[in-house]
Structure formats: structure tokens, C-alpha cells
Design a protein around this ligand. Structure first.
Ligand SMILES: Cc1cc2nc3c(=O)[nH]c(=O)nc-3n(C[C@H](O)[C@H](O)[C@H](O)COP(=O)(O)OP(=O)(O)OC[C@H]3O[C@@H](n4cnc5c(N)ncnc54)[C@H](O)[C@@H]3O)c2cc1C
Length: 342
């Protein structure tokens, strides 16, 4: 019976005892849904020795935390985590269950959806609820990003969705918040697990630096060719910024894929985003539109990028960037070295 299902749940992804940013963002989004539906918001936490994280989860908006703390849960594995989630979901029956669209979140959500025989909307960028029908409205770009599709799961529960990192906003941490912690025992043995984690090798590619950068200088096909694109690198260097680019630039071989911004690349929210020689196709814009300041340089005054830009410069990037580089060099000289732009 669908009516038996109540409450909004967020899977709290933790790695070596550190909560992933997307989980806190989902608590922010989940809070709004739970308030609308007048139900509790719960965080679901699996791991080993993770109980100290419960207070953080509550401080970021949860009313309750369901915890399965067990040595077999130390590192993420589909099998053990799925068993933990199934135990909780079958017993407590949430109506909405959100996961970060990270590699582990996507893996877990799809396995759980299959076992619970329910629906899952992947890579959601907007969440709302139809209050009357208590339906989750999970929206995401479809047909190559040309339309937004709102997907409903009318006949099954829980209604599940994965949400990309940096799309939703986390709430301010409030240490005075209080909540309930519900611990659940699970009967799992290491020797019954079909996979073993032998070693965790950290990814130290540039991907992390693009996602975490405060300033990003991104270039598009308007830079002409790979030589022209060097100006993007030079401007980024003088500002201590990260470089990003459009899919067309990546396909042309001017940048590696991990520096692509957009629907099929990274979603980022830096303080300052330079979009230079970028037309502003929807598939690019979904990956950068939540940046605090967007500065667009484009020779076409009608380029769609100006619709999302905070400041726009209409002109030839080949002339404007060298002038900017000169200005930033002057500024550095004046300030005697490092300059903070944010
Ligand atoms: C399923 C799908 C997924 C996609 N995913 C992504 C994605 O993740 N990220 C992404 O970026 N794209 C993605 N795309 C591609 C996207 O649709 C656009 O094709 C792409 O973003 C355009 O790249 P661009 O702005 O570099 O090039 P263009 O659209 O060719 O724009 C170049 C711009 O540069 C300007 N310009 C030219 N010369 C100068 C100059 N000298 N000075 C200043 N301005 C100049 C032009 O006026 C123009 O606006 C996807 C497409 C599909 C179908």
C-alpha cells in the first residue's frame, strides 16, 4: 500500500568518515520537500565507526538519522550497502529516497531500485512535490538537453532519484539542531561477501581542482584553434584559476574530458566563471549557471551565454584576453605578488 510510505530520506555518502558534499546538498533539498509534505527528513548512514557523523547530519537539516554501523560496511560495496539499505527501506518505508549522482550513489540507487521494484530518475537537476498526490516531481534535461522532462513514479514506493553534485544548496550548519538517531543491527559476515576491497587508490587528477576551484576560466570554440586556446591557459595562470571548456573544445582535442563543463561533463559552482568564446548552449549552461559571477566574452551580442552572464563583454577574445592579462600583471606588481580575486 502506497499510503504506508512516509518520510523523505537522503543517503549519506561518506568516505573514510568524511561526508560527501552532495549529501549535505541533498539534505538542503530534502528539507524543503519534507516541510512541504509535513514529514520527517532522515539521513541514512552506513559505515564503520560512523556514529560521530550523526550530529553533522542533523546540523545540516535532518530530523532523524538511520545508522547501520558494522565492520563489513567500512568501504562501499554494492552488496553490503544494498543489504543495509534494503533492511532499512523495507522496515521503515520512506516515500522519497534521494542519492547523490556520484559513482557510488548511482551504483547503489540502481541496485536498490531493482530490488525494491521501484522507479529511479537519474541525474535530476530540480526537485519538487505535487502535494495533493504526494508525488515527487524529479526534473532532468532530456533529448540532448533540449527539453526538461519531469518524471513521476506513480505506482511504486519509494520514489527515488539521484541528483548531481553542486546543483542543490546545503543549509547553513546549525549545531543547535536536535534529532533522533535510530541504530539498526545487521547480520553480515565478511566471508559471505563476494567482493573484497584490497586497496583504495585516490584519484589525483585535475578533476578535483576544477570542481573545487573558486575561479574558472573556460574557453569555447570561439578561441579558434589549440594555439588560440593557449590564451585561456595564460589568463587562468595569472589569476591562479582552473581551466575549463566546452564539449566542442574537448572533442577538438584542446582539453582533456575531465575539464569539460556541462551536462556530460562537470557541474561546478565557482565564485567567478569566465565563459570566453562560448555560445551558451543549454548543455553547457546547466554545468555552470549556478556560479556566483559569470563573465562572458563573445563577439556575438546575441549569444545565449549573455542571458546567464552577470557581466558581458562584446568583442574579440583574441584582443580582450591579452589586455586582461596585462591588467592582471599590473595588479600583481602593484600588490607585490599574490592577488586574491574572490
Ligand atoms: C547530449 C549532448 C550533451 C552535451 N554535453 C555538453 C557538455 O557537457 N558541455 C558542453 O559544453 N557542451 C555539450 N554539448 C554540446 C553543446 O550543445 C554545444 O555544441 C557546445 O557547448 C558548443 O560549444 P562552444 O560554445 O565552444 O562552441 P560554439 O557553439 O561554436 O560557440 C562558439 C562561440 O564563440 C564565439 N566566438 C567566435 N569567435 C570569437 C572571438 N574571436 N571572440 C569572442 N567570441 C567568439 C561565437 O560567437 C560563438 O558564440 C552537448 C550536446 C549534446 C547533444
Amino acid at each position: 500500500m502506497i499510503e504506508e510510505y512516509r518520510g523523505v530520506w537522503v543517503f549519506i555518502e561518506q568516505n573514510e568518515g568524511e561526508i560527501e558534499g552532495v549529501s549535505l546538498e541533498l539534505l538542503g533539498a530534502g528539507r524543503k520537500l519534507a516541510d512541504k509534505l509535513e514529514v520527517a527528513l532522515a539521513g541514512v548512514l552506513l559505515g564503520e565507526n560512523v556514529k560521530p557523523l550523526c550530529s553533522e547530519i542533523i546540523a545540516h537539516g535532518a530530523d532523524e538519522v538511520y545508522v547501520v554501523d558494522h565492520p563489513v560496511m567500512k568501504d562501499y560495496r554494492t552488496e553490503s550497502y544494498m543489504k543495509g539499505i534494503m533492511l532499512l527501506a523495507e522496515k521503515y518505508k520512506p516515500e522519497i529516497f534521494l542519492y547523490g549522482a556520484t559513482p557510488n550513489g548511482k551504483d547503489l540507487a540502481s541496485a536498490v531500485a531493482t530490488d525494491l521494484s521501484t522507479g529511479l530518475t537519474a541525474d535530476t537537476t530540480m526537485l519538487d512535490v505535487d502535494l495533493e498526490k504526494r508525488l515527487l516531481e524529479a526534473s532532468r534535461p532530456a533529448f540532448g538537453g533540449n527539453i526538461m522532462a519531469t518524471i513521476l513514479c506513480k505506482k511504486h514506493r519509494p520514489q527515488m532519484a539521484t541528483v548531481r553534485p553542486k546543483v542543490m544548496k546545503a543549509l547553513e550548519r546549525d549545531a543547535s539542531r536536535t534529532g533522533k538517531i535510530i541504530e539498526e543491527e545487521i547480520d553480515l559476515k565478511e566471508e559471505d561477501m563476494r567482493t573484497k576491497v584490497l586497496k583504495i587508490v585516490k584519484d589525483v587528477t585535475k578533476k578535483a581542482s576544477l570542481a573545487d576551484a573558486h575561479v574558472v576560466v573556460a574557453g569555447g570554440k570561439g578561441m579558434g584553434d589549440i594555439q588560440g586556446f593557449q590564451l585561456i591557459h595564460e589568463l587562468a595562470e595569472i589569476m591562479g584559476a582552473s581551466v575549463g571548456g566546452t564539449r566542442d573544445v574537448v572533442e577538438a582535442g584542446w582539453l582533456p574530458h575531465e575539464l569539460q563543463v556541462g551536462q556530460t561533463g562537470e557541474t561546478i559552482t565557482p565564485k567567478i566563471y569566465f565563459a570566453i568564446g562560448i555560445s551558451g548552449a543549454i548543455q553547457h549552461v546547466v554545468g555552470m549557471k549556478n556560479s556566483e559571477f559569470i563573465i562572458a566574452i563573445n563577439k556575438d551580442p546575441n549569444a545565449p551565454i549573455f542571458d546567464v552572464a552577470t557581466y558581458g563583454i562584446v568583442g574579440d577574445a583574441m584582443e580582450i584576453i591579452p589586455k586582461l592579462i596585462e591588467q592582471f600583471k599590473e595588479l600583481r606588481k602593484e600588490k607585490g605578488g599574490e592577488v586574491s580575486y574572490v
